[in-house]
Ligand binder design. Structure first.
Ligand code: GDP
Ligand code: MG
Length: 299
């Protein structure tokens, strides 16, 4: 049998860190392409943005976990589930911090990672901001002592060679396994998912604090006809009062949500979009298997 010196490796990598340390930037630069929707969005439910990096020696699947303002202590139950889910399916945990900074939310992110029992890597981002590099040394030393990291890697997410170095360290830490996704794929997200996210984003922008987290968007149909995307979606809410809030006076609010979402979808797809939106109130949508399947909660 032919034996190779370096077996192919593949696995999931959970990225954790407080907002603004550069997780999304890191993800985009690691996979070498902008994955359109990577902004921190506290309204994300269970879903993760998956970034796929494929190299000759392995495939790393990065899970960008929600890092919400106010830290991990204030995550609602959906986000808690999402973050836990990411860590349960991960093979490696990465703590992302910003060079020379250590805050309570960094410590909280580290505690989350430590509870997961995963092997851990620390990525110290934004080192380009530090002019005198020797100043970094005590900081890195300090970080090394905070946990049993396999390695502490200083990088600038915007620097391609740094991303290659990071991948050189990271891929050998993954399990020996074949690639999970085709090599040209950079994310597992399809337009159907993106559409639901964009609509949800507009609901939150238009309603803000008025809306509780248990609202969901289901894409009922998604068709492409003569260069036009035809999307029909239902917004589910739990209480009758919520439906009235989403609709607004004479349906005015729903119209704003719809037109903003349509514009965003046109930008994303670079095609004309027709968007039909409905609001349904259903006390128990979280227990309805048909709806759950529509929403992608089928496991
Ligand atoms: P996230 O909240 O952790 O996902 O952080 P983002 O990826 O959104 O980045 C937050 C900000 O830091 C953005 O303005 C980025 O442009 C910036 N940023 C990210 N990486 C770097 C880096 O390596 N160097 C510098 N100077 N800025 C960075
Ligand atoms: Mg982000």
């Amino acid at each position: 049998a032919l034996e190779t010196a370096h077996p192919y490796r593949s696995g999931y990598v959970a990225l954790l860190g407080r907002p603004n340390v550069g997780k999304s930037t890191l993800l985009n630069h690691l996979v070498g392409q902008k994955i359109s929707i990577t902004a921190p969005r506290p309204q994300t439910t269970r879903d993760q943005i998956l970034g796929i990096l494929t190299r000759p020696d392995g495939q790393a699947l990065f899970l960008d976990t929600p890092g919400v303002h106010g830290g991990y202590r204030s995550l609602n139950r959906h986000l808690l589930r999402a973050t836990r889910g990411a860590m349960e399916s991960a093979d490696l945990g990465v703590l992302v911090v910003e060079a020379m900074l250590w805050m309570e939310d960094d410590a909280e992110a580290l505690r989350w990672l430590q509870r997961s029992g995963l092997p851990l890597l620390a990525v110290v981002n934004k080192i380009d901001k530090i002019k005198a590099k020797e100043r970094l040394f005590p900081y890195l030393q300090n970080l090394t002592e905070r946990a049993n990291f396999v390695a502490v890697v200083p990088v600038s997410a915007r620097k391609t060679s740094d991303m290659e170095k990071l991948a050189d360290i990271l891929i050998p830490l993954l399990p020996t396994a074949p690639a999970i996704f085709p090599e040209d794929q950079v994310t597992d997200r399809n337009l159907r998912f993106m559409a639901a996210e964009i609509i949800r984003e507009q609901i939150f922008r238009q309603l803000g604090a008025e809306l509780p987290y248990d609202t969901a968007v289901a894409i009922e149909s998604y068709q492409v006809e003569n260069g036009q995307q035809r999307i029909e979606a239902t917004i589910y809410c739990r209480r009758p009062g919520q439906k009235a809030i989403i609709l607004g006076e004479g349906g005015s609010r729903l119209r704003v949500i719809g037109s903003r979402a349509r514009e965003a979808l046109q930008q994303l797809t670079e095609e004309r979009v027709w968007l039909g939106l409905w609001v349904k109130q259903k006390e128990q949508w979280t227990e309805d298997t048909h709806i759950l399947r529509e929403l992608g909660y089928d496991d």
